[in-house]
Design a protein around this ligand. Structure first.
Ligand code: KMH
Ligand code: ZN
Length: 278
């Protein structure tokens, strides 16, 4: 049964877009917190965080990650989800150490995928380690799905190693990465159908990269799913029109969610849905 509301996650920065190319990209802690507040005000409940160093490049610096979690908790009510995906060049140890920053949630990608000209490596043993460490620390995962078969891998993971912290399973379809599944309605329906093989009550969100943003947003809403938007995934609002801010993307997602009569969940409602603090 579709949720009564829509969980909106904002992914404001990512690890791939260069500040030099997109000046509106939030890269400092101040810029990130300001973006987070704006996005919360227009309907986001979760923030998916990648941090950047003083040189604006992606980093997994443990001190900066901790500082970021604290600042977002102090200055917003958003659920703080740290990326353990990092950048394609990040080592497994550094990606596991992200959990030391103590976020509410963290991402856990369910398989290796070609990523443009690169490879986003996620070995089975690494995924198991991430899943177990998150459960030990009470961190709720968001399982990132770049291809249909990764849902089968997730079913196998949960079968063998048990449910995550909080007992609820939430997945996010990342669609339209060159090397992963396409950002189409057909692919979304295939993924949404495969969710039936996961534990009862499993929820899904979806995000489309670049020009897949709107088709995936509309398909997910129509299939009863939730939404992720943000400049990690798209820097173009419409053809020839650069995104002005993350809040612009969240506001559009919220408007579509209201039209679909599934208004944005507050962070408190989202915590209940995701089993955070359960
Ligand atoms: N930057 C990508 C290589 C995640 O955050 O968990 C991986 C990514 C997924 O963005
Ligand atoms: Zn990410």
């Amino acid at each position: 049964m579709p949720s009564a509301g829509t969980l909106i996650t904002v992914a404001p920065t990512g690890a791939e877009v260069a500040k030099a190319d997109v000046p509106a990209l939030p890269v400092t802690l101040d810029e990130l917190v300001a973006t987070a507040k704006e996005c919360e005000a227009v309907g986001a409940a979760v923030i998916h965080v990648h941090v950047r160093g003083a040189d604006t490049k992606p980093t997994l610096d443990p001190g900066l990650l901790r500082e970021t979690v604290v600042a977002l908790r102090e200055q917003t009510g958003l659920i703080v989800q740290l990326s353990t995906g990092g950048a394609v060049t990040d080592a497994e140890d550094a990606r596991l150490a992200v959990l030391d920053a103590g976020p509410d949630m963290a991402s856990c990608t369910m398989g290796t995928v070609n990523f443009g000209e690169d490879v986003f490596m996620n070995r089975p043993a690494f995924i198991v380690e991430l899943h177990k460490r998150m459960r030990d620390r009470g961190i709720v995962p968001e399982y990132e799905i770049f291809d249909l078969g990764q849902l089968t891998s997730l079913a196998r993971l949960l079968d063998k190693h048990g449910l995550p912290a909080g007992g609820h399973v939430h997945v996010d379809f990342v669609m339209g990465v060159p090397g992963g599944m396409p950002g189409t309605t057909e692919a979304l329906v295939a993924c949404a159908s495969a969710v039936r093989d996961l534990p009862p009550g499993t929820t899904f969100a979806a995000t489309g990269i670049g020009r897949a943003t709107l088709p995936v947003l509309l398909a997910s809403l129509s299939a009863g799913g939730h939404l992720r938007v943000g400049m990690e995934d798209t820097v173009t609002y419409a053809k020839g029109q650069p995104v002005e801010s993350n809040a612009q993307l969240v506001a559009r997602a919220s408007a579509f969610a209201r039209l679909a009569q599934r208004p944005p969940y507050s962070a408190e409602q989202a915590r209940a849905l995701l089993g955070i603090g359960a």
